[in-house]
Design a protein around this ligand. Structure first.
Ligand SMILES: [Zn+2]
Length: 635
């Protein structure tokens, strides 16, 4: 059989023996490999063809393990943990950007001593070593020491040259040439590619292109973290050409300018496929296009996504694995861009590894995950949340997730799903882990409200409120005053962080877990209903961790700076102030309600001098004068 062609068959087999790779996944990979191989050899019209062809024709042999990573069955760390330095190809793909920048190649990994062996074209400075360690650890490793090994520099350069990196200078020059002559098709192609590459390198989540006919220039901006900033300036003509070209790539109708359109653009970045969800729309004076980045490869697994809080990943994994936990509800909340979609995708991949099925119902599906079941609501063709739920039930899911609860139907549906004895979940926009329950109840139809609360009281087990906060770049400096691992932002930054000192985001959640006991559930429901936060968190069986608990850990580990940490605290302080204010207001109301008017009158009439401090006439006079003065000055 042609499967024996896979160069790493025995290595994959070892991962199966070590229980890292599931047997059925291994067999699926074998079949997939042989299918792809025969397609590559015979040629095919499938749109995926070019992608796989490029993979198989890459200088390093493409094998089963790469397929495993691509499918989400394996992570690089899994492979390295089992195979160690017998698989140095993997290392070439860990933190490719940093390795290429520093001209470094990772050779092997000694897990017991936390030591990474590397080869380099030239000796690394201390700051560069630190940068390398940070970048590798971001991929889920725990490197503490580096050890230099002499290897052929030609090989390092060869491995690293496979990845294309765009520098700021390169792209600036290109764009100014493009502005002068937007007609050259080759240049246009390059501009498209470079802009997408630059966005991926900067870990931008969104690219926006605004074309307006009443100004001389148009702007391309990137959203990085929670800030959107202009990146490039184009002439109106150049912007028009570029937008047209992006529309072509996204398979939109280039003629339509007055109606919103949707589409997808795909590109290969660092050996993996990246998806841009394109949307266009009209403005008063022109048109805009937004390209939302969905980098599947960048959110490989639960333990990398939550690598700073392994106990959270363990809890979620434990929850998914519990087969008998019928009728339970899990809630993921947060604002737009808080990482809900990414966490859900990670859960879906993890579920597959744990041998359970998650089916998600969404409108629309934000991020496509390979080999998972995602259903898309489309009311136009009768695919409502209700219809899809029924269809999903027939597939016997272990967990059924309703994504983006946003109207009475989806809210009621999400809660009723849980009532059927399934493990269920939903995602929702809410401001905190605790208020998410009240939020979903507020959305259901009036006649269902009481039942909705009861369902929550019976089965809500986990509520996670997600938030992404700014992570320090590897150029961060040691904070001499603070001691320990604490770092502070490098005010000058470096090219990797676009000179901001921050690079990417890290998840900083708020979590609420409610135990199984009848008593605790009853009390928790009462507290949730009446929004008695303080009482809720004191209950035996309820585990609540506020955001600043997690932020503190990130700060202590040198992941975020003091300012970012403090900001997570401020929100809590504001909440306390609000509570205090509410309390004060209540006290004042109580006082007012308890005033004995008769007694006051008595006291008042008993006083000798009754002259008011200021009379109404005096006040009026004051205001009149002020007005007069103002008018005088105006004259
Ligand atoms: Zn930096």
């Amino acid at each position: 059989m042609s499967v024996s062609l896979a160069p790493d068959y025995s290595k994959a087999q070892r991962l199966v023996d070590k229980n890292v790779l599931k047997n059925n996944h291994f067999h699926m990979m074998l079949q997939q490999y042989s299918l792809l191989h025969s397609q590559i050899n015979s040629g095919t019209d499938e749109p995926e063809y070019d992608y796989w062809k490029a993979k198989f024709n890459a200088p390093e042999p493409f094998g089963l393990l790469d397929l495993g990573i691509e499918n989400g069955f394996l992570t690089r760390r899994d492979i390295v943990d089992v195979l160690g330095d017998k698989y140095d190809k993997t290392f070439g793909r860990i933190a490719p950007y940093t390795c290429q920048k520093l001209q470094v190649h990772i050779v092997s990994w000694e897990r017991d001593t936390h030591t990474l062996h590397y080869g380099a074209v030239r000796p690394l400075k201390e700051s560069q070593k630190k940068e390398l360690i940070t970048a590798i650890n971001e991929e889920g490793f725990n490197v503490r020491h580096l050890k230099y090994r002499a290897i052929d520099t030609k090989r390092i350069l060869q491995i690293n040259s496979r990845q294309k990196i765009v520098t700021d200078d390169e792209i600036s020059t290109l764009i100014s040439e493009f502005n002068h002559d937007p007609q050259d098709p080759l240049r246009l192609k390059k501009v498209k590619e470079y802009i997408l590459l630059q966005a991926l390198q900067a870990k931008a989540s969104n690219i926006k292109l605004v074309k307006s006919n009443d100004v001389l220039e148009c702007v391309i901006s990137f959203t990085i973290g929670q800030t959107t900033a202009p990146k490039h300036v184009l002439s109106v003509k150049a912007a028009g050409r570029l937008m047209q070209a992006f529309k072509d790539d996204a398979k939109m109708d280039p003629i339509i300018k007055d109606r919103p359109q949707d589409g997808h653009i795909e590109m290969v970045f660092q050996d993996r496929k990246v998806n841009f969800r394109a949307a266009t729309g009209a403005t008063v004076s022109g048109e805009f296009m937004s390209l939302r980045v969905h980098d599947l490869g960048s959110i490989m697994s639960l333990h990398i996504l939550l690598n700073r809080f392994p106990e959270l990943a363990d809890n979620l994994r434990h929850y998914m694995r519990q087969k008998d936990k019928g009728g339970s509800l899990i809630c993921l909340s947060g604002t737009t861009g808080s990482g809900k979609t990414a966490l859900l995708a990670a859960l879906q991949r993890e579920a597959d590894r744990l041998g359970c099925t998650i089916i998600s119902i969404a409108a629309p599906v934000e991020m496509r995950v390979r080999h998972t079941q995602q259903m898309q609501i489309n009311e136009d063709i009768g695919q409502t949340a209700n219809v899809l739920t029924k269809a999903a039930m027939r597939l016997f899911p272990d967990i059924l997730i309703q994504e983006e609860v946003r109207d009475p139907q989806t809210a009621e549906g999400a809660l009723r799903n849980g009532d059927t004895g399934h493990k269920t979940g939903f995602t929702i926009h809410a401001v905190s882990a605790i208020s998410a329950a009240a939020k979903i109840v507020s959305m259901v139809p009036e006649e269902f409200k009481e039942q909705a609360w009861n369902i929550i009281g019976d089965i809500l087990h986990y509520s996670l409120h997600l938030k992404l906060i700014k992570k320090l770049c590897s150029c961060a400096l040691v904070d001499e005053d603070a001691g320990g691992n604490i770092l502070k932002r490098n005010p000058h930054g470096c090219p990797k962080c676009d000179y901001t000192g921050y690079d990417g985001m890290v998840q900083c959640p708020e979590t609420l877990q409610i135990g199984d006991g009848l008593e605790v559930r009853h009390e928790a429901l009462k507290a949730l209903k009446e929004h008695r936060l303080a009482d809720l968190v004191k209950l035996d069986g309820v585990t609540y961790r506020p955001r600043d608990y997690y932020a503190r850990r990130l700060y202590d580990e040198g992941v975020i700076d003091h300012e970012t940490y403090q900001r997570q605290r401020t929100i809590d302080v504001l909440e306390v102030i609000q509570q205090k204010r509410d309390q004060k207001a209540q006290e004042i109301m109580d006082t007012i309600n308890n005033i004995d008017i008769d007694q006051l009158n008595e006291e008042y009439s008993a006083r000798d001098e009754r002259e008011p401090v200021i009379s109404i006439e005096e006040i009026e006079e004051l205001f009149m004068n002020e007005d007069d003065e103002a008018t005088d000055e105006d004259r």
